[in-house]
Write a protein that binds this ligand. Structure first.
Ligand SMILES: CC(=O)N[C@H]1[C@@H](OP(=O)(O)OP(=O)(O)OC[C@H]2O[C@@H](n3ccc(=O)[nH]c3=O)[C@H](O)[C@@H]2O)O[C@H](CO)[C@H](O)[C@@H]1O
Ligand SMILES: [Mn+2]
Length: 333
């Protein structure tokens, strides 16, 4: 008995220890379950998103929707707009959009801006940068919440080729001066165009280019790339991926910054050698994108031309160049 009376306090201590350990384990297990249950409940009540089950067997088969370097080619039917918006909207992104309206091209601004408000990056913060030599002729267009417009004065020119090509330099310097502090992504667009349907977050990517609607059925040797070796935009007949349109390029601000800087430098180098690439900055853009593959390619849905009849693979025309009288609207022919 001496033994038992001696041992008892230790037993009691041991039992108490076991109980408190069990209690701790039980409590922490339960509280974790409780927490987890709350999260699950929140998921179901607040942010549950219903969308069509993705398939790897069922999808568009009439067009190619991925490049050989595995960048998506964006066509109607290859993305779920609700799902993709749901991914990008919480990021509270700002999209810079540059548009040049020099000389008589100011007349295109109203339709461009009004249709952009209806279809372009709806629900996102958009900052339009309008470059013009006629700031007083910039129309006032009602902008939705979170959308802003800055007018930036640039010199006019008596050569349309120069106006078009100098966009690279002006975008580069404006990124340096302000855009890199004001936006996450940037799109650089032609003004002589209108939006007709959704252009949304499916278009966002690191470096984004668009396939020109005029050449996607042709072979690379008939693309209007710059073909003179003397130009820094030169592309050989057996090279080239697609023919990209100069009316749109975009991506992360820093990636577009590098693009504009390189194209501007090469354009100036050519000018020093008295050579101007066949399609000015569009030729340099194509050369740049051959060496620096875009991470996302937009199908011709994102760059059509009003004078071109819709083809069967194009289900939706989202952005299209208007028919214009070149001789009347440009400073030179
Ligand atoms: C659909 C497409 O890919 N279009 C390209 C194409 O012809 P485009 O016929 O589309 O060229 P364009 O006359 O629209 O000029 C391009 C842009 O430069 C601006 N601008 C031009 C002239 C002027 O007097 N005032 C003015 O503001 C304006 O923003 C216009 O949208 O080739 C050009 C280069 O040669 C550009 O690469 C264009 O993006
Ligand atoms: Mn144009």
């Amino acid at each position: 008995m001496r033994f038992s009376s001696n041992v008892k306090p230790y037993v009691l201590l041991l039992i108490a220890g076991i109980f408190s350990l069990l209690g701790y384990v039980y409590f922490s297990f339960f509280s974790e379950r409780l927490n987890r249950q709350i999260t699950i409940d929140e998921d179901q009540k607040g942010s549950r998103l219903l969308y069509k089950q993705p398939s790897i067997l069922d999808g568009r088969t009439d067009v190619v929707s991925v490049t050989p370097w595995l960048a998506p080619i964006v066509w109607e039917g290859t993305f779920d707009p609700v799902l993709i918006d749901n991914i990008y909207k919480p990021m509270n992104l700002t999209i810079a959009t540059t548009v040049f309206a020099v000389g008589k091209y100011v007349r295109f601004l109203q339709d461009f801006l009004e249709t952009a408000e209806k279809h372009f990056m709806v629900g996102f913060n958009v900052h339009y940068y309008v470059f013009t030599d006629r700031p007083h002729d910039v129309p006032s267009v009602n902008l939705a919440q979170g959308r802003h417009l800055s007018v930036i004065q640039v010199p006019g020119s008596n050569r349309w080729q120069e106006i078009s090509a100098r966009r690279m330099e002006i975008i580069q310097t404006t990124i340096e001066r302000q855009i890199r502090r004001e936006a996450d992504y940037i799109f650089c667009l032609d003004v002589d165009s209108k939006f007709h349907a959704r252009w949304g977050s499916e278009s966002l990517g690191r470096l984004v280019a668009v396939i020109h609607p005029g050449y996607y059925e042709e072979t690379r040797d008939s693309f209007p790339y710059e073909r003179r070796p003397a130009s820094t935009a030169y592309i050989r007949m057996d090279e080239g991926d697609y023919y990209y349109g100069g009316a749109m390029f975009g991506g992360f601000v820093e990636d577009v910054y590098t693009l504009t800087k390189v194209c501007r430098k090469r354009f100036e180098e050519d000018a020093g050698n008295s050579i101007e690439a066949a399609w000015q900055e569009e030729s340099h853009l194509n050369r740049y994108l051959l060496d620096n593959k875009p991470s996302k390619v937009l199908s011709p849905e994102y760059l059509w031309q009003d004078l071109k009849a819709k083809t069967k693979e194009v289900k939706v025309i989202r952005f299209s160049g208007v028919i214009k009288n070149y001789a009347e609207v440009r400073p030179n022919v």
